[in-house]
Design a protein around this ligand. Structure first.
Ligand code: SF4
Length: 352
């Protein structure tokens, strides 16, 4: 189990953020906010997929009005994503946002930031200070070297944190994002050394899901393995349920998420395989869908290495030519022809 970096606890509605609480997965809705029923539906899908916080963009007055209604219809705390408008920030806070995400660099007037802080204090709304590399003016100069970039992002973060603390506001979550893996890791390490506020992690603009998952896993996984990160979001262009599934896999791999569904282990196959392992694994995966027990099921292509590699599995299928040996907790319980593998597995699953 990864040892988390110690932070203060920030309350985001009913969800606690910080080292005393589990790492929370969040995502964003991708439906128009004004389309309340689709937005609510997507929030509910995200909750079922494992999200504990959902962020919603509110670029217009109509969006904050819709946000107020969405808050009433869902069971989890919602975060309003603010870009340039102080008015949207205040409307969202008044609409019931549990947290707002704000890049203070995008709000030029100091008095406006003070108004937002005062509204957040009054409504007990948390604020995430989100510093994005792309929005720092000094970083738009192309030849700023990588080391200077993280220093400038940290400088911005320190400036904003001071601004909030000077107004006695400490319900803060910090985030610094870049689309560059190394810089995102580096800047978050520096933020972790400088503050004890919870950190939200993400690799921004990571690409299509198939391109986003490995860089996101490396970036978030590296930081989480060092104990850094209290909420995470995988940013991928596409269905947010996929973002959530990738985020969940990252946390599971690090022992930071309690699995509730079966885990399928499959051997990579080689010339020893006595069966079409991939076809069998796909069938087993289908058979496991809908089972909500944290079981470990193994599909192995042979009995040379299969039984040994699957010792930890609750049930293991180790194939031989046109048949398979079924193991339960490393003990052989049956030898079945190929067409009986799935029915036997399902029977065993029911008894677990
Ligand atoms: S379990 Fe057997 S078939 Fe699968 S990769 Fe290992 S040796 Fe090859």
């Amino acid at each position: 189990m990864t040892k988390r970096r110690k932070t203060v606890t920030v309350k985001v509605g009913s969800v606690k953020i910080g080292s005393a609480a589990p790492v929370a997965i969040q995502s964003m809705t991708k439906t128009p906010t004004v389309d309340i029923s689709r937005c609510v539906k997507q929030v509910n899908q995200l909750v079922r997929a494992g999200c504990r916080l959902v962020r919603i963009a509110v670029p217009t007055r109509a969006d904050t009005a819709a946000f107020a209604k969405i808050v009433q219809k869902v069971t989890i705390p919602l975060i309003a994503d603010i870009h340039f408008s102080p008015q949207r920030a205040i409307e969202s806070i008044e609409a019931g946002a549990a947290k707002i995400r704000l890049n203070p660099g995008n709000i030029k007037n100091r008095k406006d930031i003070h108004r937002i802080i005062d509204a957040a204090k009054m409504h007990k709304t948390a604020i995430r200070i989100g510093v994005n590399e792309a929005s720092i003016r000094d970083l738009k100069i192309k030849d700023v070297p990588p080391s200077r970039r993280t220093a400038l992002m940290l400088r911005e973060m320190k400036k904003y944190v001071r601004l909030f603390e000077n107004r006695n506001f400490t319900q803060l979550v910090l985030s610094a994002k870049s689309s560059d893996t190394s810089r995102t890791i580096e800047v978050n390490r520096r933020i972790a050394r400088s503050f004890n506020y919870p950190i939200h992690l993400g690799l921004t603009h990571a690409g299509l899901p198939e391109d986003a998952q490995i860089p996101s896993a490396i970036t978030l996984g590296t930081l989480l393995a060092e104990g850094i990160g209290d909420t995470i979001r995988v940013s991928a262009a596409g269905n947010p349920i996929i973002e959530t599934k990738i985020a969940k896999q990252i946390l599971i791999a690090l022992g930071l998420y309690k699995r509730t569904e079966p885990e399928l282990i499959v051997c990579p196959t080689c010339a020893r395989a006595g069966i079409d392992v991939i076809k069998l694994a796909r069938k087993v995966k289908k058979a496991l869908a809908g089972i909500d027990k944290p079981l470990r099921i193994a599909v192995m292509g042979c009995i040379v290495n299969g039984p040994g590699e699957a010792t930890d599995a609750d049930i293991a299928v180790c194939a031989a030519k046109n048949k398979a040996y079924i193991y339960r907790n490393a003990r052989k319980i049956a030898t079945v022809p190929e067409n009986k593998i799935i029915p036997t597995l399902l029977k065993e699953l029911k008894s677990l």
